[in-house]
Structures are given as C-alpha cells and as structure tokens.
Design a protein around this ligand. Structure first.
Ligand code: PLP
Length: 452
C-alpha cells in the first residue's frame, strides 16, 4: 500500500472531522493537505489548489511566508511555552502594546486566549463581571442578533442565532435578548433598503428601551455576519448600534474574529464607521493564520473595575493553559510587520475593486440569487428560483456540489449551506484572483445548469 493510500485510510478510520457529515466523508476521496505555498495548497499527491477561503478565513499573507516562519522558528529556539498566569513573556508584551496601538483608541488592555470562541467567552464573562463589580447586579443578560455566530463553546452558542448550529443545544444555554439583524436579500420584516431606514434597528431599540437595566452587553459581528452566509450590513448600521449602546448604557462587544486583520479592506471593520467598541475580540488572522491565538481587548474603565485587594476577590478568574503562548505571539508580531512592510492594505484596494467587477458577471447566472461583498469577504447565494428566492432543497447539496466541481478545477473553497464563499488570502495576486473567480463561476454554471 502506498503511503498516500495508508494516510487516506487512516484518516477515514480515526478522524472525526468538524462540521462534517462523516457518512458522506466516508464516500469521498479525502483531500490531505501536505504543504502550502503562497496562495496554494498542495496535497499528498502533489496536486496544487488555490486556497479560496484562506484555510477557513485565517491566512493573510499566504502560506509559508518567510518572515512569519522565521519568527516562529526563532521563538522556538528560545522557548515554546511558558504560562501567562502570573508570569509574562516578551512576544506577549510586545504584541499587546501593538494591538492597543492599532485598534480603535481607548482599547488598551489585552486579554489573551487561543481561538475565536474562547475570545468571545472572555468578552462575555468580562462584561458580566464588570457590572457585578460595579454593584449593578441585575445586569445578567446579553443582546445578540439573529443569524449571529460567535463560536462553538456554550457561551458563544448562547449568543448565537443560527438555528441549524445552535438550536439542539438550547436547553444548555443561557437566555439572551435577540434583536433582528439586517438580511436585506431576505428581510425578515419584508422591507427594502434604503427606503426602510433600517427598520430592523427598531427591534434593537425596543429591546434596549425595555431591558437596558438587565443587559450587560450587546455583541455584534461588525459589517458582516460571516458564518450566516456573508450577510452584509447596510452602511451606517454599526454606527447606529454603537449610538444605541451608548444611549442605553450598555457595553458593546465587537466580534472581529472573522472581519479583523484586513478582510473588509481596513485593518478592523469598526474603522469603516469610526466605531469604538468597549470590548473587541480578535483571532483567526491575528497570527497571519499560522497558529491559534485570540485577544480580547477592553478599555481602562472595564479593567479598573476588577482592581481591588486580594481578599475582595475581584480577580477575573479566567485563563486558558496556552493563554499568551510566546510562539503564537511571535507569529502575530511578524504578521503585523508584514502588513507594514508589504503595505498590504494599500495593495488590497485594487484587488477588492477587481473582485467587485468580476462578481458582476455572477448576477446573470440563473441560480445566483444574491451576491454580497465587503472587501475580500464574499458570499454568493444560490437559489432554485430567482423570482421567488426559493432555496434549493437541502437534499440537492448544491453548495457541496459546487465546491467539489471547483476542486476538480484546482480550487479549494467551502460553502455555508448554499452560499458559496470567496475569501482568499489578502496576498493573492491579481492573476490568481482572476483564476479563482473564473473557476468558481464555471463551477456554479456547470453544476446548476447540469441540474436542469
Ligand atoms: N466569531 C466569529 C465572528 C467567527 O466567524 C468565528 C469562526 O468562524 C468565531 C467567532 C469562532 O472562532 P473559532 O472557530 O476560532 O473558535
């Protein structure tokens, strides 16, 4: 048996893959990635594929970027891990300083964890305890949005709003107040933007008016609800949410796990609307996509509420084993350096414009109902009927068929249901981007036309 065959069999025999129907997986030829180079992934057979979703929205400057690889190796040569519980390490310190500098003014304290979900747990617990410490004991709930996704741990699931992922666990979750998020293509209120004046905000305002004294914080994915299908918010929505939080005295948590580190065209999505949240969560692209790391940032005001004498036990009793891991922090520092050195954000603007132009063509495809784009975050929603917006029956597995077709043509993407996601590394070249979009266009056309 070849070593490739052995790996394929062992993969099917031993691994339970996340977010994967394993019965289907057993039927498929597994794709085992062995190497990466720039925008490409290389499998164990040596086949090359464009990484069209940045290895699940994390890769920023491409795979095997020399500066990041080197920073990791140099740090490993010093120490790979020491705890942040009561001790510190240079990369964690330097990174905290830089994050405080590049995030919206006022976010000054950095609390590390190791993935987006834990970053959200930290923010939720921090916001909750802040009010408890201030003596506002009734503030025990949160406001979140329909279609929200903040991760898979139970606190993050509690503030989630995607029934498919979250409903099963409802008995385990704490109750939250759910406001209507904008989903303009399928407005739950039957309204049309911009004439609606963002009527969906009225549900939020009503909730805050009625319950603000019970609310610790509101949590939002700024500009784009990623996992729900790259659902983009109308311009000004975020700013108005910020204004409502301020008016009703509720902390605002910005979950920038997916949108942070350049994905929307600016370093952080909040910058587009000049919004400063009270807490901000960063993960995914923070290390350029090389190692797991998350950071929850907050203001001096929140931080100060936790200060007190030892015996008062105002301490934030939270921390993960790998909190502030020095190798991950060294990778994150190198990631930021490459942003500067390559002028990544400046060079991204024409690529975003190119993507916008190419996406226009998708609108003519018979199965494309909606095309949503914010920077380098794109969702193409497939529908069975453009007129009625009726979705395909789930048995048809349209999204899956399209990505398998794209795979045959040398592109790796992953759908969200029937929404085809395009989210390449920021470093992708214009030529590669053209190729990526052309393959996805052809794949949608082949699969959806073949159906008729
Ligand atoms: N928050 C948002 C907005 C996300 O998109 C995700 C993951 O996709 C998470 C949190 C969870 O991050 P992780 O998968 O690293 O736990």
């Amino acid at each position: 048996m070849t070593s490739q065959r052995r790996l394929e069999e062992a993969d099917k025999r031993y691994i339970w893959h996340p977010f994967t129907q394993m019965r289907d997986y057993q039927e498929m030829e597994p794709m085992i990635i062995n190497r990466g180079e720039g925008s490409y992934l290389v499998d164990i057979h040596g086949r090359r594929y464009l990484d069209g979703v940045s290895s699940l929205w994390v890769i920023v400057h491409g795979h095997r970027r020399e500066e990041i690889d080197r920073a990791i190796i140099e740090q490993v040569g010093k120490i790979s891990h020491s705890t942040l519980l009561g001790l510190s390490n240079p990369p964690a310190i330097e990174l905290a300083e830089q994050l405080a500098e590049i995030t919206p003014a006022g976010l000054e304290r950095v609390f590390y964890s190791d993935n987006g979900s834990t970053g959200c747990e930290v923010a939720l617990k921090m916001a909750f305890q802040y009010w408890q410490l201030r003596g506002e004991h009734k503030r025990t709930t949160f406001v979140s949005f329909s279609n929200a996704y903040h991760g898979d741990t139970l606190g993050a699931v509690s503030v989630g709003g995607i029934d498919l992922f979250h409903e099963t666990y409802r008995p385990l979750l704490f109750p939250v107040l759910q406001a209507e998020a904008p989903y303009c293509y399928r407005c739950p209120l039957g309204l049309t933007w911009p004439q609606c004046g963002m009527g969906c905000l009225e549900t939020l305002e009503q909730i805050l008016k009625d319950h603000h004294q019970e609310v610790a914080a509101l949590i939002i994915e700024p500009l784009v609800q990623g996992a729900a299908g790259m659902i983009t918010q109308p311009p000004g929505f975020l700013q108005r949410v910020r204004a409502l939080c301020t008016r009703y005295g509720v902390l605002m948590i910005a979950d920038e796990v997916a949108v942070g580190f350049g994905r929307t065209g600016r370093m952080f999505a909040c910058e587009h609307e000049g919004v400063r949240p009270d807490l901000m969560i960063l993960a995914k692209g923070i290390t350029g996509g090389y190692l797991p790391l998350a950071a929850t940032l907050t203001t001096d005001e929140v931080y100060r509420a936790f200060l007190g004498d030892y015996h008062e036990f105002k301490t934030f009793f939270h921390g993960h084993t790998y909190t502030g891991n020095p190798v991950a922090c060294a990778a994150a520092l190198a990631n930021l350096e490459v942003f500067e050195q390559d002028k990544t954000l400046e060079r991204l603007a024409p690529k975003i414009a190119l993507l916008t132009r190419r996406l226009e063509e998708f609108k003519d495809l018979s199965a494309v109902g909606d095309v949503r784009q914010r920077g380098f975050m794109t969702g193409i929603e497939l529908v069975a009927d453009k007129e009625t917006k009726a979705p395909f029956p789930p048995q048809e597995r349209m999204g899956v068929k399209v990505i398998l077709e794209a795979r045959k043509r040398g592109v790796i993407i992953r759908p969200l249901g029937d929404v085809i996601v395009i989210m390449p590394p920021l470093s992708i070249t214009e030529g590669e981007l053209e190729e990526l979009v052309a393959v996805i266009y052809q794949s949608i056309k082949t699969v959806t036309e073949g159906r008729g």
